[in-house]
Design a protein around this ligand. Structure first.
Ligand code: NDP
Length: 272
């Protein structure tokens, strides 16, 4: 089985960042808004902050104690011209998450607003796709995996992975099936797939017996098992049968970080 190395794909995306940033007329400067108290999201934010610092991207962290404070923070920055990108750190209530729809779509650097999702489904060139879904497409592109006529099964229908993958996979002429927790005969779906994309958050869920010979596997899942990070695919179990697979860690997560930085840079090019 060939390992689809996320680090190589990420390096390829990051290749030209310094040069691109030095040529920007507007300095990239993002605001991250959230509510205090979620440890997992603190770890994620620290990683983004580190990446931003590495490239000289302004990073403004606004973690609120309450929903009211969050709204005040958002009001303060939403029309601030010096802020070139805005991110909301989950978990947030649906009402707070929806505030992202009040900013111009180019500042929605995670591509989660209704406007960006609509553009993505309609195939508009300036659509920003949610970073993780885009990371999946990046690895398929990098390894020249032709999806034309292929049966691609995505397991997971979240707004940041499963749903935004629909238009992007269709664009590549794949035949797309989206599965979820209510899917009957999931095994049958994955066993018939040329490509399986797992995004459910269940450690080592997909086994050897769930795939066909020569399947291409993409693992979006991030799970903790006995103090180790593992994906939704049982990597050891599938390795004799699958043709290719992304690892966890070192797969989609690594590419997602690079895609986010690219979105931050692209957001500054809009007004140039
Ligand atoms: P969500 O919890 O939002 O969605 C999970 C999806 O999986 C739902 O659609 C759910 O179905 C489906 N699901 C859950 N259990 C099963 C099951 N037994 N069989 C079939 N479908 C099932 O998750 P996210 O999309 O946010 O994240 C998914 C995974 O990806 C997580 O492990 C997360 O940590 C990881 N992740 C990784 C990122 C990266 O950069 N690599 C970034 C973001 C997330 P239903 O809709 O019916 O409930």
């Amino acid at each position: 089985m060939q390992i689809l190395d996320g680090k190589v794909v990420a390096e390829n995306i990051k290749n030209n960042f310094e040069h691109q940033i030095s040529n920007l007329k507007t300095k990239p400067n993002i605001a991250v808004l959230g509510i205090k108290g979620d440890e997992a999201s603190d770890v994620y934010i620290k990683r983004i902050e580190k990446n931003c610092k590495k490239y000289g991207i302004g990073f403004n962290l606004m973690m609120a104690e309450t929903e009211e404070q969050f709204r005040k923070n958002f009001k303060k920055i939403k029309n601030d011209e010096k802020i070139t990108g805005i991110m909301f750190q989950q978990p947030l209530s649906k009402e707070l998450s929806n505030l992202i729809n009040e900013i111009p779509s180019n500042k929605d650097i995670e591509g989660v607003s209704h406007s960006n999702m609509g553009k993505l489904f309609m195939g508009e060139k300036d659509a920003i796709a949610p970073c993780t879904s885009k990371a999946v497409m990046e690895v398929l592109d990098y390894y020249n995996i032709d999806l034309t006529g292929k049966k691609v099964v995505v397991v997971g229908r979240s707004n940041i992975v499963g749903k935004p993958l629909i238009p992007q996979l269709l664009q590549k002429n794949a035949t797309v099936t989206i599965c979820h927790s209510k899917t009957e005969n999931l095994k049958e779906e994955t066993r018939n797939a040329d490509v399986v994309i797992m995004a459910i958050g269940k450690a080592k869920f997909l086994k050897n017996d769930d795939i066909k010979d020569g399947a291409i596997l993409i693992d979006v899942g991030i799970n903790f098992e006995n103090g180790k990070i593992v994906g939704d695919i049982d990597f050891e179990d599938v390795k004799e049968k699958a043709l290719m697979c992304t690892p966890v860690p070192g797969g989609i997560g690594t590419i997602t970080n690079a895609v986010l930085i690219r979105n931050i840079i692209e957001a500054c090019k809009v007004d140039m």
